[in-house]
Ligand binder design. Structure first.
Ligand code: MG
Length: 277
């Protein structure tokens, strides 16, 4: 098929292109001593590091640059086709993992983790989704690193987008706010200070499994943290776990959304979801 680019190439072929040296000449070894340093400099340019080139939870992994996302903003009404999971009044769409009523505290338009009561999960299961969720880490901050404002948004109860107070708080890059936990750090650190409301807007495509349980398609996720892109259609390499390589375990096409109790009194509000079909 002919497209604009091909057309341009074709129109050049009779003039400039024919005068070009063949492509392989670009890879000829230069003969002059002057050219060797340039070649060595080229081959030593680092290529972008991929997720699996770092050990899980490595403190040596470079931490992403800090970006100021601007001031916190009040919630806006959800789109008309969204399923509202929490509107600030009750946890009727949620339960505990053992199927007893959700035990987190609802007050003043938000729900707060009650440490020790365990995660809460949606009563319904979901697969491919768009999710909006807002959260705030405790202020003043308590603890350091992973102990400061830790919670998590577990897509399909299995794939964690980390919630952490990552404002002026050093921890391993694949464990800070907006990370696919233990796999991929956020592109940037777009955290607001503790106590301020922060947003995640997430697009998630679930994994697909073959009948024999083999992974046909890995899950993918896009995340905006406070409106700033932090995961760009990123492959999820398996169920997120601490301290070891992730791997997939076959599961149903729809599973509950889970919010983690990691012992910190993180607050959530304005949670809605759109199923992608
Ligand atoms: Mg967490």
């Amino acid at each position: 098929m002919r497209n604009v680019e091909c057309g341009m190439r074709n129109c050049c072929e009779g003039s400039i292109a024919k005068r070009r040296p063949p492509l392989h000449s670009a890879f000829r070894i230069p003969h002059s001593a002057f050219a060797w340093p340039a070649l060595l400099a080229l081959v030593s340019i680092p290529v972008p590091m991929r997720a699996q080139q770092w050990s899980v939870n490595s403190l040596d992994r470079p931490r992403p640059p800090v970006v100021d996302p601007g001031p916190e903003r009040p919630p806006v009404p959800p789109p008309s086709d969204a399923t509202v999971l929490f509107d600030g009044r009750d946890l009727s769409a949620w339960r505990s993992q053992d199927s007893t009523p959700a035990k987190w505290i609802v007050r003043d338009g938000y729900v707060e983790v009650t440490p020790g009561t365990g995660a809460i999960v949606t009563k319904r299961g979901f697969g491919d989704i768009q999710l909006h969720i807002e959260w705030a880490a405790p202020a003043p901050p308590e603890g350091e690193g992973q102990e400061r404002g830790n919670s998590g948004v577990f897509l399909m109860s299995a794939y964690e987008i980390q919630v952490l107070d990552s404002y002026d708080n050093v921890t391993y890059a694949d464990g800070q706010a907006g990370a696919v936990y233990g796999q991929t750090p956020p592109l940037v650190n777009a955290s607001r200070p503790p106590g301020q409301w922060q947003t995640y807007d997430i697009v998630f495509h679930r994994p697909r499994f073959a009948p024999d349980g083999a992974v046909r398609d890995s899950a993918r996720v896009t995340v905006f943290h406070n409106g700033v892109l932090v995961q760009d259609n990123m492959v999820i390499t398996g169920r997120t776990v601490h301290g070891r390589r992730a791997r997939y375990e076959p599961h149903p096409d729809a599973l509950p959304l889970l919010l983690q109790d990691h012992g910190a009194r993180v607050r959530y509000r304005d949670i809605w979801i759109r199923e992608l079909r």
